[in-house]
Design a protein around this ligand. Sequence first.
Ligand code: F6P
Length: 327
Amino acid sequence: MDSNIKRIAVLTSGGDAPGMNAAIRAVVRTASHLDLHVYGVMEGYKGLIEGNFKRLENKDVANTILRGGTILKTARCEEFRTKEGRKRAYDSIVAYDIDAVIVIGGNGTYTGAKFFSKEYNIPFIGLPGTIDNDIFGTDFTIGFDTSINTAVEAIDKIRDTASSHNRLFFVEVMGRHAGFIALETGIASGAAGTFLPETDWGIDELLSMLKKAAIRKKLFNIVVVAEGNKNGDAHTLAALVHDKLKNYETRVTTIGHLQRGGSPSAADRVLASRLGYEAVNALVNGIENKALGIVHGKLHRVNFDDAIFKRKELDQGMVDMLSVLAM
Ligand code: F6P
């Protein structure tokens, strides 16, 4: 098929996520296969505004599939939220003769793409790159799998010292608005309790479970707390438990940004490669202004509005399972 798309820009924006490089690599290699040129935009929308572009060829993405972070760097850009900022970005796109833009990021990234593509006739394609897994229209986001594996590996180590000292550890994992990371980390690490922003499971349930465990003389355990938990952070919960159940010695660990780094898992590399490949193919096939994802193993496309505003729900069955398996 004849396509007007000859020069594509690619950028990463928002919080970095392991696998972003694998997606960039797939974009570059697929474009090169189709004789298209790719320009990497440095530091997300900031680079788009400032015209900070660099030509990316196959050799530039060699040895990047295994690297965490993003070779294009990333930023959260306030200026792109303004009409003036987006006009400057448009001028850079025209100056570089760019026909289409692929953005890799989360909700904020998609919001920028949505506004820009309404104002200017430049096709955008979005790829879900965030450890939070909170993007509607895809079963998994790029980086999620690696991040939960990192959290579980850390908690397995914490469990050793928790058990040796008979201590109850509260481990805070990322996820300001969504509990996907906490839910799967809680299940995979065998946590006694998991606090999610979306559920009412709370301190009373935890206390009653800990009382039963204390009767069995089990005083060490792991409690996973999502960063965005409504009823208090890990420190607050730990203090509360210690206050009510004096026989429990508590400690708090925040995994935090550790979860954003590291070499991507095989699952994230495959997901990112598929989506990068599909993004370029979508553009040359005339598809515009869509967010791509994989649902039930198959490529899925949604409008930016749906990806931004439709809420991806936690699997209720998995939520119910949490407290059953924790007993
Ligand atoms: O969106 C990814 C994420 O890692 C969230 O889980 C976390 O709340 C946030 O980014 C942290 O952002 P920053 O690195 O800007 O502090």
